[in-house]
Design a protein around this ligand. Structure first.
Ligand code: PMP
Length: 420
């Protein structure tokens, strides 16, 4: 038997230590924006399953739907086949998300994770254009499989591939060059220069806000410029909305605000709304090119996830209330971070974000780590991101209340002060 208080690392010697999250407690229960450890201590969770719990832990409406479904012996396996749960999800996704936005997408289930959605998107784009090259961006994160790693801009993670990651080229993300070079100048020049050895890409894959890369926010006009470049130069635009989709930036899709319509969109993390594995690859109808069986997998059709996803869409995406709530609360975080940075101006900390994803960048990763540790001691879960883990990332559930937000921001300010 396991003694309470021992972490899984201590208790089970076989636990592989490759994972970076090591809060020194064992978590047991959670609801809404709060999570409890087995000793009964409660924390505000502004990490929210790395963005997979936009509607909070054990959201009561989603829980009811799941319990009802299991109670009536609904299909619980995840093999990709027609089920009533899948049909209900597709109908609701169409009527609550795609139709009101005038989006033409076909929906496919690429496998259970965000990585699976990215793999499917890359494969489909390459097939559609008959070209191998794909462009991605500095500090991008798209997943840990070989295909998705090849478009990930993180040297440490790429090194883990163990083989050359080929057919991809990184380009500077928005603001990477601090405006010293006009947007896309390099890119245009390489596309024009037939002799440069730059292979014409099948696609460009981009996050509108780089979550893992340090909360780097692309401007709407930069995204519009990119979409325009892709159209003019016959490249497919893939928006990876795995972390920023499902309302994180306000709209259901993070690219809505820019008014662009990507050719392919990846969605995962919060689509089930209950932390259950589920992913979507959305693409324009002309990209419906796969034969049956050309891309398959046992866990492509997670029925319990369809049930909670449908309940989440029905509850939160039939009107604009959640979007409004997200934007108003995002404004609260922005004000708080602005004050914090002004107060601690000599540290040179900076902040940025959109909707309910915010980053507080320190000059050293040690400080960012110390802030997260202190915050944990004071009852707040937050994590670092960025190429050097120097950015403290705030990712509360979208359903967070204003008072929970103020409480968490108060703890963050205290943690910053305590580590000065
Ligand atoms: N794309 C983005 C933008 C992500 O943030 C992540 C996960 N952090 C992934 C892809 C990979 O998703 P998963 O971990 O579910 O495979």
């Amino acid at each position: 038997t396991t003694a309470p208080g021992r972490t899984v690392f201590d208790a089970v010697e076989s636990e592989v230590r490759s994972y970076c999250r090591a809060w020194p407690v064992v978590f047991d229960r959670a609801e809404g924006s709060r999570i409890h450890d087995e000793q009964g201590r409660t924390y505000l969770d502004f990490f929210a399953g790395a963005g997979s719990l936009n509607y909070g832990h054990n959201n009561p409406v989603l829980k009811r739907a799941l319990l009802d479904y299991i109670g009536r012996n609904g299909i619980t396996h995840a093999l990709d086949m027609s089920t009533t749960a899948k049909r209900a999800f597709l109908e609701t996704f169409h009527s609550a998300v795609l139709e009101p936005r005038g989006l033409p997408y076909k929906v496919m289930f690429p496998g259970p994770t965000g990585t699976n959605a990215v793999e499917a998107a890359l494969k489909l784009a390459r097939k559609a254009k008959g070209r191998e090259a794909v462009v991605s961006f500095t500090n991008a994160f798209h997943g840990m499989s070989l295909g998705s790693l090849a478009v990930t801009g993180n040297a440490f993670k790429r090194a883990g591939a163990g083989i050359p990651l080929v057919h991809t080229t990184p380009m500077p993300f928005d603001n990477y060059l601090n405006g010293r070079v006009p947007d896309f100048l390099w890119f245009e020049r390489l596309l024009e220069d037939q002799g440069s050895g730059f292979n014409h890409p099948a696609a460009v894959i981009v996050e509108t806000v780089q979550g893992e890369g340090g909360v780097n926010v692309a401007r709407a006009e930069w995204l519009r410029g990119l979409a325009d470049l892709c159209r003019r130069r016959d490249m497919l635009l893939i928006v990876d909305d795995v972390q920023m989709g499902c309302g994180r930036t306000g709209g259901f899709f993070s690219f809505e605000e820019a008014g662009i319509v990507p050719d392919i969109v990846t969605v995962s993390k919060s689509i089930s709304g209950y932390g259950l594995p589920m992913a979507l690859c959305l693409f324009k109808p002309e990209l419906d090119l796969w034969e049956p069986g050309e891309h398959n997998g046992t866990f492509r059709g997670n029925n319990p996830a369809f049930v909670t996803a449908t309940a989440a869409l029905e509850t939160y995406w039939r009107d604009g209330a959640l979007r409004e709530h997200t934007l108003v609360n995002g404004g609260r975080i922005e004000r708080s971070l602005r004050e914090l940075c002004a107060e601690h101006g000599r540290l040179g900390a900076t902040y940025r974000g959109r909707g309910l994803v915010w980053g507080l960048e320190f000059t050293h990763k040690e400080r960012a780590a110390a802030v997260c540790r202190k915050a944990f001691e004071h009852g707040l879960l937050i994590e670092t991101s960025g190429p050097q883990d120097e950015v403290v990332k705030l990712l509360p559930p979208l359903t967070v209340t204003a008072s929970e937000l103020d409480e968490g921001l108060g703890i963050l300010a205290r943690a910053v002060r305590d580590t000065a």
